[in-house]
Write a protein that binds this ligand. Structure first.
Ligand code: BEZ
Length: 210
């Protein structure tokens, strides 16, 4: 069965551009973004990996480690990374898993046979410090993902964990959030003594605590 939200992200050992890793040990107490791309030396993937490298300071601020994967060989990863630096202006600064035997891809359901029997689709798994899967995304090979959106989801998840808040449509950090329905008014008053706006009993809008 496909991995679902709340499942423990499967552990694995793999060869990467940063050496051999055991995934859970490598994550430590960080959040993780594990993402697959279909193939090295392809245009959309080149732009995605360059952009993800540019986002490293944003990932670091949020205690997030990024790690990419494709079913290519390690030597191909090293060759292609030079092209990424040359064309995207940023060198790879996170590991790429060389999964030529498709072990990790199979464990995470990254191969969708009706799309391609041999290549991974564009999967994303956001994993929290307890190793639980908190977001899954699947994009087709022809559509580059929006990594700013992945950061936005991580901001929302971390806010939920810290303050029992959910985030409304198109929310961005700094904007008002929503008190989760499971939190009664009495408990909410302790967490948000500054008060909130009740639009409906189930729709309570509040400025997040700093
Ligand atoms: C790409 O990254 O450009 C790509 C990879 C596989 C199929 C289509 C596009």
């Amino acid at each position: 069965m496909a991995l679902q939200l709340g499942d423990v992200a499967p552990d694995f050992e793999a060869e990467t551009t940063a050496g051999h890793i055991r995934f859970h040990d490598w994550l430590g107490r960080s959040w993780g973004v594990l993402f697959s791309h279909p193939k090295n030396y392809t245009p959309v993937c080149t732009t995605e990996l360059g952009y993800t490298a540019k986002l490293k300071p944003e990932f670091d601020t949020r205690n997030v480690k990024a790690i990419g994967l494709s079913v290519d060989k390690l030597e191909d990863h090293h060759g292609w990374s030079k092209d990424i630096e040359e064309t995207q202006g940023t060198a790879l600064n996170f590991p790429l898993i060389a999964d030529s035997e498709r072990k990790v891809a199979s464990l995470y359901g990254m191969i969708h046979p009706n799309a391609s029997n041999t290549l991974t689709v564009r999967s994303v798994f956001v994993i929290d410090p307890d190793k639980k899967v908190r977001l899954t995304l699947t994009y087709p090979a022809s559509t580059g993902r929006n990594f700013d959106e992945i950061l936005r989801v991580i901001d929302s998840l971390q806010l939920t964990d810290r303050q029992k808040l959910a985030t409304p449509v198109n929310w961005k950090p700094g904007e008002d959030a929503i008190i989760v329905p499971a939190l009664g008014d009495e408990e909410a008053r302790k967490l948000f003594p500054q008060g909130w706006k009740t639009l409906k009993p189930y729709l309570r809008v509040v400025k997040p605590n700093p």
